[in-house]
Design a protein around this ligand. Structure first.
Ligand SMILES: [Zn+2]
Length: 768
């Protein structure tokens, strides 16, 4: 099996110039390395202050609570316990180099044709700044798991063993050579979470799959058949499980005979995983539900394709009213920013769709439903028409109803309080197909998904998202809709994972999907017997080695020779060529770009193509001049270039750099004003000429108004823009998709915010 040994790879990363300091950049006041006890969970400021805002993993309560020096050994209530044997009482992240690690394991198609499933284990160093953490060259590809089939858990344990042994050794400290340090220095590593999709995550942790009857949820006792009941989405009703019980039975299962092994698996929901030898590793606590898979590929796809379309909410209505055509028209007419791809046709009615496409669908879904269903500006309080007899769609829906029927019977059978009448009523139950109720529940759910996925999130927002999601799922259950395990699992997101691990951005699976994409692109000849996997591993290693070489050459600074410079250019070109298919689109790349910009304070990236313009010929001189005069007032008194007045600096408006941009932003200018006094530094600013959208009392109330802020929706007069004004480009807060809808006879513009940095409203009044 092609493997990179973790410790030498880590040594290579630690040898990079400035790397050790970079690993400490997250430290704030009170985080200096030294003898510090681990933080108590109760000490986290978020518990007392709902406005406490988390920007990164380091802001969750878990980070500072990690304890160093624990040993997992026999003893205690569960037969196995973690003990601070040497009574170090040491906070892990307060060690000089205390690396918090997460890993991902996933399988993907290794060959274009045929079924050849290749697996990979990636390790991410969470101490890296957000802008670098998920770059391929900062990621350790621990091993490529040979196909063509996925290994069983027993086989997987052999795969995991070397990795787990390295992790264990690293937890207790390993000496590494650090640049500019004469003596080797100890570095420690702690495996924080398993950031994999649901099947891979359960498999590696030794937990039962999500379709298991009694162990659908590893955190609480809700059984699979309770998915039809509102209580399955009410966290106050959850009876939580004890992680240590899994540890106890996992250890018992380790050397058990076949019979006991099966018995433990069935009754205790766990089998042995190599991860269990790691001190402080707890299978369910440390296997968070991945939001990208759960919310986008899971819930969003299910809500649109199964509940709404599959449930017949787009069936043709009276008088040629075709909601599905309206939906497709609305989606086709949306204007998306150039960094965001359009939604593929027919995504609602079929097709797998990518996570980002589903994500974009959630931003426009509420308005899309309005556009498809509204009658005179209102969502009708009536049912969708019945399925016509023996259509494919009708038969598919009948199959779902039959499945739910069975699930309801099971649920009633296990419920001691069930009455005979309840059993009798089960066959009469059918999905509620009222437009207005579906609209309201989708609105509630979209708000939850949008709030949860913010790049930064406060404790109050995290619990608001939880409440919205709970209300939506409980309502769906009451409406007898078909729900999948993800709807229950996300009910644990806020309390069990988000508050401990920080915003989902810092631990979701987007980066690993991309890594698989990169890995899959390395050229190989498709040979079996592990040859293909070895080629992929070599490709990755080569890429990171080249990256290291570039860093070391660049670190030479002024000592670089001409050959060094040439080598750097050639190497960079080579790396780029390897990834030429990677685009600038998508959640992950946008995230990396904004985070890199956050760090350099360069919020605005101007395009490379520019030309110089004369503001006078554009008729914008007066507008820009007035803006600059008040902006630069503390520094200089600006006078027009036509002014005869001797006091002040005339503002020359020729040769202004201009960038063209579509729609509401008419121009973007970069203005450099050289000062009258020769030694005074030139004044510079980048501003935009914009025409604001128009809203007044004539714009009607829309059915989503109550959740407009949470959903990032704004309604404006169609085709009307205000007078041109000048704004500083740093005031731009994000971008949006633009669609149009009818309200009675009135056409309106709707802006649907695509800004994910915080959950603050994207006010368009003063903040562009
Ligand atoms: Zn649960």
């Amino acid at each position: 099996m092609p493997t990179t040994p973790t410790l030498p790879t880590l040594q290579r990363i630690l040898s990079r110039p400035g790397k050790v300091e970079e690993f400490s950049k997250w430290r704030e006041e009170g985080d200096a390395s030294g003898q510090t006890p681990p933080a108590e969970r109760e000490d986290w400021p978020g518990w007392a202050n709902p406005q406490f805002r988390m920007y990164d993993m380091t802001d969750g309560w878990g980070w500072r609570a990690i304890q160093a020096g624990l040993q997992r050994r026999r003893g205690g209530k569960w037969g196995i316990e973690d003990v601070d044997v040497h009574e170090l009482h040491q906070r892990f992240v307060a060690l000089p180099i205390g690396l918090v690690l997460m890993f991902n394991i996933d399988w993907f198609q290794g060959t274009k044709r045929g079924n050849h499933s290749v697996g990979a284990i990636y390790i991410t160093i969470c101490n890296n700044p957000r802008s670098k953490r998920f770059l391929a060259e900062e990621t350790i590809l621990n091993c490529v798991i040979p196909g063509p089939d996925e290994p069983s858990l027993e086989q997987l344990n052999f795969v995991l063993e070397p990795f787990v042994n390295d992790m264990r050794q690293l937890y207790y400290g390993v000496n590494f050579h650090i640049p500019d340090e004469p003596e080797p220095q100890p570095a420690h590593g702690y495996l924080y979470i398993n950031a994999s999709d649901l099947p891979a995550s359960r498999k590696t942790s030794g937990l039962r799959g999500h379709t298991s009857k009694w162990f659908m949820c590893p955190l609480c006792h809700q059984p699979f058949h309770s998915l039809i009941h509102p209580d399955c989405y009410d966290s106050e009703k959850f009876r939580l499980r004890e992680d240590w019980r899994y540890i106890k039975y996992a250890f018992l299962s380790r050397h058990a005979n076949e019979y006991d092994h099966q018995e433990i698996r069935e009754r205790r929901g766990v089998i042995w995983s190599a991860l269990n030898i790691l001190p402080d590793w707890l299978p369910s606590r440390d296997s968070p539900t991945d939001f990208m898979h759960a919310a986008y590929l899971g819930e969003t796809k299910h809500v649109i394709q199964d509940i709404l379309v599959g449930g017949g909410m787009f069936i043709k209505r009276r008088r040629g009213n075709k909601p599905l055509d309206k939906l497709e028209c609305f989606l086709a007419d949306i204007w998306w920013p150039s960094t965001i791809g359009r939604l593929p046709n027919n995504l609602a009615t079929g097709g797998a769709g990518k996570a980002d496409q589903w994500r974009n669908f959630t931003t426009v879904l509420v308005v899309a439903l309005y556009s498809s269903w509204n009658v005179n500006g209102e969502i009708p309080d009536e049912d969708a028409p019945q399925f016509s007899q023996s259509t494919k769609a009708g038969e598919a829906h009948a199959r779902v109803e039959a499945l739910l029927h069975e699930r309801r019977c099971t649920h009633a059978a296990y419920n001691v309080n069930s009455t005979p009448e309840e059993f009798d009523d089960i066959p009469k139950v059918a999905m509620d197909r009222n437009y207005r109720r579906h609209f309201n529940v989708v609105m509630e759910w979209c708000a939850a998904i949008r709030i949860w996925s913010s790049q930064s999130i406060s404790v109050e927002e995290a619990s608001r998202a939880h409440d919205c999601h709970a209300r939506a799922c409980q309502t769906w259950a009451q409406m007898n809709c078909h729900l999948t395990p993800y709807f229950h699992l996300l009910m644990h997101l806020t309390s069990s994972y988000l508050l401990r691990l920080g915003p989902i951005y810092s631990w979701w699976a987007y980066p690993y999907e991309r890594n698989n994409g990169l890995l899959g692109r390395f050229k190989h000849n498709g040979h079996g017997g592990g040859e293909l996997e070895a080629t992929l591993m070599r490709g990755w290693t080569k890429m990171t080695l080249i990256h290291d070489l570039i860093l070391h050459l660049e670190a030479l600074g002024p000592n670089k020779t001409e050959e060094d410079e040439a080598a750097i250019t050639a190497l960079k070109k080579y790396l780029k060529g390897d990834r030429k298919t990677s685009s600038t689109r998508g959640t992950l790349l946008t995230m990396i770009a904004t985070m890199a910009a956050d760090q350099s304070d360069a919020l605005v990236q101007l395009p490379r193509y520019k030309k110089k313009v004369n503001l006078r010929t554009l008729g914008l001189y007066a507008l820009v001049f007035t803006h600059l005069r008040s902006l630069w007032e503390p520094t200089t008194y600006l006078i027009p270039d036509t002014s005869m007045a001797p006091l002040g600096e005339p503002f020359i408006a020729t040769n202004v750099l201009s960038y063209s941009h579509p729609v509401q932003i008419d121009y973007v200018f970069h203005i450099i004003h050289s000062r009258k006094m020769p030694d005074a530094p030139a004044l510079e600013m980048t501003c935009a000429i914009v025409r604001p959208f128009v809203v007044d009392e004539d714009v009607p109330e829309m059915p989503w108004n109550i959740r407009a802020v949470d959903l990032g929706l704004g309604v404006w007069h169609y085709g009307r823009l205000g007078a041109q004004i000048v704004v500083d480009v740093n005031a731009f807060s994000g971008h949006f998709a633009l669609g149009s809808v009818m309200h009675c006879e009135m056409r309106l513009w709707v802006t649907m915010s695509l800004c994910h940095s915080t959950q603050e409203p994207d006010g368009l009044e003063n903040d562009y």
